[in-house]
Ligand binder design. Structure first.
Ligand SMILES: Cc1ncc(COP(=O)(O)O)c(C=O)c1O
Length: 405
């Protein structure tokens, strides 16, 4: 690819240009047609399309079982319960994640115990996690941050050494591969998100994959009120006339309307991932010479899910604070997001678990500087170039002003 920076104009773009959304879903006529067909079928909620979506997803990631649910948050909650996690237990996780990860642990009745991340990969550091193990630890819950897989071998060794359940938050990592193994078959439970901004979307939705048939059956039951097997067929002619309630379950099931979108998204998953990779490379090249820290390159044998393109903005070297650059980009019509404000810096976790700034320096370093640029398979090259041009212009202008002043 020719050097992008060289052939870009430095002129200020016309203000009437359409905004570049942070994460616009990539949806086509196939998804629309499948939703219409579902509406016409008369079966809207959990049914044959959910079953097909589960089967295709299971086979894609190479797990024995897949259970579709209403969100990744639900997937995490049910996985923790299926692993037998409850009151008095501790679960080690990363502070550099969305609150749903820690909240699921709390909803299971257990205590999230944070351990610091690696500053380069932004993922939970296996040695920090090992140092956080206590007699109460029952599980470790790493997050594949931004789609970059964690060191799955190290976490497997850690969980085996201490007899812990390994539950992976793969909300960002639907296409990821680590050490030649697809994420989805590297843990006891793997939890995926199909939220509107995710690489594969069903609007809202999630999936648990596991090799345990017993755990999958428990999750399926718990996701639908605790009703006995196949009770979802109870309105079908010939379906189970009676059902038994075997536990106090939840309303966490996925609808066929959601699975309809998911099935057609699965058809395009590789194509959408290729596009995300191409956008990532375009950003890598277009921003390479700026005083920003760009995302780390994947290791050998790793496929990066490319959910996020997260740069670190350091005020001392860049001239902009992260918040200042985010606001300036918003004024230019460019949507960005922050992944994440470290959880131990939020008031709820600070108050409930007696946490304060200073506990996890690497997570704090990232949390203070992180800025995710627009990334979605639906972005055009022109839109990506506009983001690059605008970031370049803003950073250069500030540096010039600093030098002059
Ligand atoms: C790392 C992580 N885990 C879990 C979730 C929760 O996903 P969902 O919205 O599907 O519940 C998210 C959502 O953004 C996330 O980023």
């Amino acid at each position: 690819m020719p050097h992008l920076a060289a052939r870009r104009s430095t002129a200020k773009p016309a203000r009437q240009e359409a905004p570049v959304a942070f994460a616009r879903p990539s949806l086509g006529t196939d998804e629309i047609d499948e939703v219409v067909a579902t509406l016409q079928s008369g079966w809207l909620t959990t049914g044959p399309r959910v079953a097909r979506f589960e089967e295709r997803f299971r086979s894609l990631v190479g797990a024995r079982h897949a259970v579709a649910v209403s969100s990744c948050s639900a997937a995490l909650h049910l996985s923790l319960l299926a692993a037998g996690i409850g009151p008095g237990d501790e679960v080690i996780t990363t502070p550099l994640t969305f609150c749903a990860t820690a909240n699921a642990i709390i909803h299971a009745g257990a205590t999230p115990v944070f351990a610091d991340v690696d500053r380069v990969t932004m993922n939970l550091d296996p040695s920090a996690a090992a140092a956080a193990v206590s007699p109460r630890t029952r599980a470790v819950l790493p997050v594949h941050f931004g789609g970059r897989p964690v060191d799955v071998r190290a976490f497997r060794r850690l969980s085996q050494r201490h007899g812990l359940a390994l539950i992976e938050d793969a909300a960002h990592a639907v296409e990821a591969v680590a050490g030649g193994q697809r994420i989805g078959n590297t843990a006891d439970f793997t939890c995926f998100s199909f939220y509107a901004t995710k690489n594969l979307t069903t609007g809202e939705g999630g999936m648990v994959t596991t090799d345990s048939g017993e755990a999958a059956a428990r999750i399926r039951t718990a996701a639908l009120h605790g009703l006995s097997r196949d009770a979802w067929r109870r309105y079908e002619i010939g379906g189970a006339a009676h059902y038994d309630v075997v536990m106090a379950g939840f309303k966490y099931n996925m609808m066929d309307l959601q699975a309809a979108i998911g099935l057609r998204q699965l058809d395009r998953l590789d194509e959408m991932h290729d596009r995300r990779e191409a956008i990532g490379r375009r950003y890598d090249e277009g921003l390479a010479d700026l005083p920003l820290t760009l995302p780390s390159l994947p290791d050998l044998g790793m496929v990066h899910g490319r959910h996020l393109y997260t740069v670190l903005v350091d005020e001392a070297s860049c001239g902009w604070s992260r918040d200042g650059l985010q606001a300036a980009l918003a004024t230019e019509g460019i949507g960005t997001a922050i992944h994440f404000t470290a959880l131990h810096l939020h008031s709820y976790y600070q108050e409930r678990f007696a946490l304060a700034r200073g506990r996890f320096p690497h997570a704090e370093f990232i949390s203070d500087r992180t800025l995710s640029l627009p990334l979605s398979a639906s972005l055009s090259d022109e839109e990506v170039d506009r983001v690059i041009d605008t970031v370049r212009r803003l950073v250069r202008t500030t540096r010039m002003l600093k030098r002059a002043g």
